[in-house]
Every structure is written in structure tokens, then in C-alpha cells.
Ligand binder design. Sequence first.
Ligand SMILES: [Fe+2]
Ligand SMILES: [Fe+2]
Ligand SMILES: [Fe+2]
Length: 440
Amino acid sequence: MDSAHHPDRRTSDHPTPLHPASTGALLVDLRHVIYALSDALDLVGIDDVGHGKRVGIMAAACGRTLGLSEAETTFLFDLGMLHDIGVSSTKTHGHLVAEFDWKSSQVHCEVGYALLRDFVPLAAMALPIRYHHSHWDKLRDRSDLDPAIAGQANLVFLVDRVDALSAAHYADGSLMTQRGSIRDQIKANAGSFFAPELVEAFLAASASEAFWLQLEPRGIQAIMQDMLARHEPCAASTPELKQLAEIFSLIVDAKSSFTAEHSLGVARLSRHIAERMGISPENCDKIEIAGLLHDLGKLRIPDGILDKPGKLDEHERNIINAHSFETFQILRNIKGFEEITPWAAYHHEQPDGGGYPFHIRNIDLPLEARILRVADIFQAMAQNRPYRKGLSADAILVFFEDLVAQGRIEAGIVTTLTQDMPAAMAAALPGNTLPPIQTN
Ligand SMILES: [Fe+2]
Ligand SMILES: [Fe+2]
Ligand SMILES: [Fe+2]
């Protein structure tokens, strides 16, 4: 099967590089993927997209003040970036930022713990994430918890609360005048919320102006570049990448009860079609990863818009339609994802150029992206949604014939898909193979 992507016919009005020749096996650095995916988590802040990174920067700074090793401070940095991996709801994020001690905080801690505990490369973060909203006076006497883990959890809690107290002051530039009062509020909770020695370390680290100034967007960006340049390469295996992509698909799909297991179904159906179209095993792995990650950008959509039962107004529609571009923005930073990125991000492009956001025509669309688009629509139609039952195979067929006639999806892919509708349905609706996660 021809999967050449016509790089010479690329139109000049969309980003590059988008259609590289197939490179075969995946060669990706795990830290690169983790850093990029932290961007996805930070999108849940909507207009304030630096929470995880600021928490990581502050945790690492406190770690250095405590005299921790380079490896330990790097771990704290990564832990900070991923600590809210259990949050995909903008409403939950809002509570966590607006309230110093939100009563329902523990839910996202348990979700984060459940997501990471079986993923070997990041399993060491699972317990600190589980306890990152636990008060120190409850944690310190727990004989079942390693004191080092309790300390990591409590340090993340402390700097997470610093960021919550700072949130209102980033945009209007008042952070420098407010930092004294933020330091006082943390100090007032030494021994109750926070371990006294961690409060001391924070007060020492945050005594300089630089500690606060580095939390501005340009400071964050510079530190991210430094951290990426510094780290030892850590090659990720394809099964590890799939597992990590599956974790992120769970986060995205948990955002709305409308979309439970949508990404997983799209991934499996894309692979199913790709295999039947003779695509190489390596590219079948990549299309599966692209399917798992294609809706990452939805993390930026406010819950109220994603779940709105009625018709969307133009502004709301624009916000929803930006999600595949957001996916593009996140994934393009991953070296080794040069193919996966366009396959994932082009799932709303149409053969006739009438899709969005790049308006790429079929001739410039990789075959895998065209497959993913068909799988995305098929899965959405087959899936039960709170406001309607999933469509039958016959009803989907009728709808697809219509879409083909309108030039909105590709006939050849639909033919392959519909040759065996029961198999397509089974791939698109994988069932409850993974535990559902609740992010309240
Ligand atoms: Fe949190
Ligand atoms: Fe947080
Ligand atoms: Fe989708």
C-alpha cells in the first residue's frame, strides 16, 4: 500500500515538517514525551497553562535548597509537572486553584495514583501523587509510608499551594508585591499542612526575587529547555509509548461522560483499518498511538462547552474546533513523532480541503491521517452517548455513503472498513477493558 505523503506537493500555508518519509521503528526519548504531555495537562488551566511546570520548578528549587542530588531534584521537577495527571476537568482545576484546601481534592490524587502505579517508568511518582494534598499532621505518623515519599508528596503540596495563592497575581504583575504575604501564609501552616523543614526550605529558596521571576512564561520556557538539554537520553520502547499514550487517552476521555473510551476505540479501529490496508506493522503501532492521542487538545475546552446539551454559539464552536490544533502544538515537540503528529492532528481535515484547522486537501493528507479521520467519525457514531444510543451498523453505512458523496471522507477507506462491519464495531467499541476514571 502506498503511504507516500507527497512532500513535494505540500502547500505552503500549513506548518512543516508534516509529511516525512516513513522512518520505520519508533525512536523516541521518554523524557521528551513526558515533557510534551505535561503541556497537555497544563491546558486544563485554560488561560493559565503553566501550573504543572511552575510546581515542578518550585519543587526542584526547594530540593536544591535541601541539598538533594541532581537526580532527586530532577525527579521533583518531573513530579511537579505531572502531579495533577488526575485532573482533566476545568471545573476541578478551578476548585484546586481557588480554594486553599478544597474538600474534594483527594479524588484527583487517587486517579493520578491509579493511572501511574502500573507504568514502570513513572511508577515512583504514583504514591507521592496520591498524597500530594494530604496534610503533614496526618502523613507524618503513617508507618506504612516511606518518609522520603511522604516528604516528596508534602513538598509538592506546599509548592502547589504557593502556585494556587499566586494564581491571581500572575496576569496583573502583582506577584512581586504579594510574595511576602504568600510566604507568610505558607509559614502559618508549618506543622499542620506542611512539614516544618520543608517550609524552612521553601522560605530560604523563595527569599530571592529570582525564585518568583522565573515563574513567568519566559522563565518557564528557558528552564524547560535547560532541563531537556541536561537529561540523559532514555529510549522508550514501543510498548512503553503505547502504555503512556493509553494513560493520556484515559485522561482525555474522562473529561466528558460523552466520550468514555472514545480515543481507545479510535486507536483500535484505526489499527484495524490500517492492517487491512497493508500498512507496515511499525506504522500500525504509530497509528494506534496517534489514535490514542488525537484528542489531547480537548483538555483545553471548558467542561461547560464540551458538555453543553444545546446548540453551540460561534465562540463556543471556535473553542471546540481549536482542539486538533492544540493536539498538533503538543505533539510537534516530540522528536520521533514526526509522523504521529500529523496523523493525530489532521483528524478534522477533509479530502476536499473543507476541514480544519489547516484545510489540507486529500493529496497532501497522509493515508494514516485519512484513516484516523474515518475511525474518529465511526467510533463517535457507534458509541452510546448520554443523549442518544449508538447507531447501528446499517445506519452508520448510510451516513458514511453520504459523507463520501459529499467529499468529506475517502471512499477507499470506507470500503475497507465496511467489508466486515462486525469486526469494525468490535474494534471501535472495545468495552470496559480499562477501569473508568472519575475526575468529578
Ligand atoms: Fe493537585
Ligand atoms: Fe496542582
Ligand atoms: Fe475524536
